[in-house]
Design a protein around this ligand. Structure first.
Ligand code: ZN
Length: 478
């Protein structure tokens, strides 16, 4: 069963006007606050009238990523000191749908007709302008000012130039256009203009029938968002074996769209939730502080685990933990690990950071590595064809580092990885053990993180629904 009922998109246009409006909001909050506690602070008056295009001569700076918080309609207004440096959004004009609009605004010229030219092999800006009918003098002058905005030495074949009589437009990086126009007084000038971005929030919930991948795509989940979703939850869940029919998934992400072309320019997963039979997982992205960027549950526990359940990619589970008839000697025996079938040479990664205890030949295990992660946890890897050269007893390894390669050494019937997780020196089932979380969010950021959690909650509630993976039912206060 797949349903679309809760799928809803909301557009928040983050044009300059939107930006100015949010500044005003913060400005108001500042002045309110100042009456209470900072009597000496002057209420901030922000006089943003209609924005006029500004001619800018400084080198172009990279466009900052739009703040996703601006996309939420319920705003947690954060009191922040005014920035000493104005944002590029304040300095630069917005790009326009037609070249003519910008030419008119910058020079007063009316332009009739503008054509698209694509850069051909061996062409430069000079040849393309010549193709558009520019004189040699205009071409030289235009190129001279254009090079102040961007290097024109290495342009991609197929690059699009919109060219009219009094100016042209091109782009060398996403989100920014360069206009080169003939000004009646100043001659040729070059202007950077920001392409307007519209941010949408998508919150999608669905029920899993056979595969979560199919359920998500059927529900219209963006593929980039889905891949990030699987990465985040992959620490806690084995999607191939633990997810069953009737389990529910949900996720929230922002979609940044170029308002002029409609192209998606960025996808940002904000929340990933999964309700399994008997278990609920919900993780929120935190990105306000560099040192705490990551995924955490609502209490601030990291989504990342100290150990990875499947320390190999592209493998299939060929033998699980428990009693089985041994494939080689035919006796029933306890299988104290899990086997992953994979082609010989497939890289094996360290399931967690730690110190190598053993690395070498170990009887029926063939080439074998055992890593001590902490006082409680060890992992072991057997039947390798090769051990990575730097891996020796006593060496330190990081989670995800390649330690060896799949083989069939020792008592083995085919290329596979035999993998064990040991808790206090006793093997446990790697597929079912509840693994400890890696760490907690730095307490300094906990309050701020919880605000982000609340913003997601508010956005979910605004859609008349609730999170499947909410720890406790959301309260409806009158
Ligand atoms: Zn095995």
């Amino acid at each position: 069963m797949i349903y679309f009922g809760h799928m809803k998109f909301r557009a928040v246009i983050k044009s300059l006007t939107g930006f100015a409006a949010s500044i005003l909001l913060i400005g108001n909050a500042l002045s309110l606050d100042s009456q209470k506690s900072h009597a000496d602070m002057q209420p901030m008056t922000v006089a943003y009238t209609t924005m006029q295009p500004v001619i800018q001569t400084e080198p172009a700076l990279p466009k900052p990523r739009p703040d996703p918080a601006l996309a939420y309609d319920i705003q947690t207004v954060k009191i922040a000191l005014p920035h000493a440096k104005p944002s590029l959004h304040d300095i630069l004009p917005l790009s326009t749908l037609t070249l003519a609009e910008t030419i008119k605004a910058q020079t007063g010229y009316d332009t009739t007709g503008e054509s698209i030219y694509k850069l051909r092999a061996g062409e430069g800006v000079g040849t393309i302008l010549k193709r558009a009918g520019y004189s040699a003098a205009d071409t030289a002058a235009a190129i001279e000012v254009a090079t102040s905005k961007a290097s024109l030495r290495r342009l991609q074949i197929g690059m699009v130039f919109t060219i009219a009589e009094h100016g042209f437009r091109f782009s060398v990086k996403p989100g920014m256009d360069i206009y080169v126009v003939r000004h009646p007084d100043s001659g040729w000038i070059a202007i950077n203009a920001i392409r307007p971005i519209e941010t949408y929030i998508a919150f999608i919930q669905g029920s899993i029938d056979d595969s979560i991948y199919r359920a998500a795509l059927d529900a219209g989940v963006n593929e980039a968002a889905f891949n990030e979703y699987v990465r985040v939850l992959g620490f806690s869940v084995d999607f191939q074996r633990e997810v069953r029919r009737g389990d529910k998934f949900e996720m929230m992400y922002t979609i940044d769209r170029d308002a002029l072309s409609g192209d998606v320019v960025d996808i940002d997963l904000k929340y990933a939730g999964l309700a399994l039979s008997g278990d609920q997982l919900g993780f929120f992205h935190y990105d306000s502080a560099d040192s705490a960027i990551g995924w955490y549950d609502e209490n601030g526990n990291s989504a990342a685990r100290t150990l990875i359940r499947t320390p190999i990619t592209g493998a299939r589970l060929s033998s699980s933990f428990g009693t089985r008839r041994h494939p080689v000697n035919g006796f029933n025996a306890m299988h104290k690990g899990v086997d992953f079938a994979a082609p010989k040479g497939t890289p094996i990664i360290a399931a967690g950071s730690g110190v190598v205890r053993e690395a070498g030949w170990k009887g029926s295990f063939g080439r074998y590595i055992r890593i001590k992660h902490n006082a409680t946890y060890d992992t072991a890897y057997a039947h390798m064809s090769r051990i990575a050269p730097h891996i020796t007893a006593g060496s330190r390894v990081k989670q995800g580092e390649i330690i060896g390669y799949v083989g069939s050494t020792g008592r083995s019937t085919g290329a596979h990885l035999h993998y064990e997780i040991l808790v206090n020196n006793r093997q446990v089932n790697p597929m079912t053990i509840r693994l400890p979380t890696g760490k907690q969010i730095d307490p300094v950021y906990l309050d701020d993180f919880k605000k982000q959690v609340q913003m997601v909650e508010a956005e979910v509630l605004a859609r008349g629904t609730q999170r499947f993976a909410a720890a406790e039912p959301a309260l409806t206060t009158p």
